[in-house]
Design a protein around this ligand. Sequence first.
Ligand code: KG4
Ligand code: ZN
Length: 356
Amino acid sequence: MRVLGIESSCDETAAALVTDTGEVLADVIASQVAMHGPYGGIVPELASRAHMQAIIPVIREALAKAPGGLEGIDAIAVTQGPGLVGSLLVGVQVAKALAWSIGKPLVGVNHLDGHLLAVYLRRPGEDEPQSGPKMPYVGLLVSGGHTALYRVEAFDDIVLLAQTRDDAAGEAFDKAGKLLGLGYPGGPVIDRLAARGDVGAFSFPMPMASRKILDFSFSGLKTALARHVQQHGVPDDEQGLADLCASFQGVIVESLVRKSILACKQEELDQLVITGGVAANRGLRARAKEVCEDNGIRLFVPPPISCTDNAAMIAMAAAHRLAAGEQDDLSFAVYSRDPDRRRGKFRRDGTLVERK
Ligand code: KG4
Ligand code: ZN
């Protein structure tokens, strides 16, 4: 079965062709990052407009790799939420129109499921494709919008264990990048600088240091960095800046790794998957590998192309439902917040959850 995946929840317009066993046949991504850069963050209205311009060319490029083009696909999967509503609507409406016109099934996918299941994608050119983890496993999803731990029991049974109480880790990286004048997004630049710095050069408080709490928190760390910069300024020498980045990143990495290990212990699971844009961080990858080895935990980190927003993971997350002959009614709505695992405001069908 060949699934066309469509993703437009944030600032990447993406389309991919994936088989129901996770083989990636085509993967096309149009990133808006350069457009949002000067604003220091994503501007929702600009994002929606850019999706509208990019979506058809991106899908056309992905379909060019399918024998038979549009007729050669068996089903469509699209990100239904969470994300920016204006952005989500672009992908969902195009997906519905396509599914209707060719009479093929359509499934709406939770974007977070996509990130957590991206570990099962197999891409051409991977020398020795790592076989994915056996379910259940612990998933750490760490991106610009989310930082949370999950128990992934089955494709359709993903339980939220803990999440950040304020900022996501990627958001903390990006705010720090702005504060230090490193541009947007700050994560990759801080990662690069940190590689040459001394983790112990500056001391920042470890958030949620209790050994019992799984939750994350990064806004205090961001404030501590802001205070440091207020008092001492941004270091004007390269080594000083690298040391500051390494010390700041070190606390985020340590917090992410410690809580992930704690989740594995609490859930009595010995497999950990780290995914989302921040999983590209070299400091995080190295430290997680070290600590997992010490604790007898098998670590799985998909390649960066599968960790950041992409449509292949959306097709992958829909595959089990499509293979079982399921599909969604074409009237489904988008949701901005995760309806199942956060205190979302909307149900999957788009109706409002009444709060007493
Ligand atoms: O998953 P993603 O592409 O988009 C969503 O947020 O859904 O993640 C983007 C985030 C940004 O905050 C970016 O700064 C961060 O991932 N990021 C990194 C690195 N590469 C991307 N953070 C730290 N180190 C990196 N190498
Ligand atoms: Zn994402």
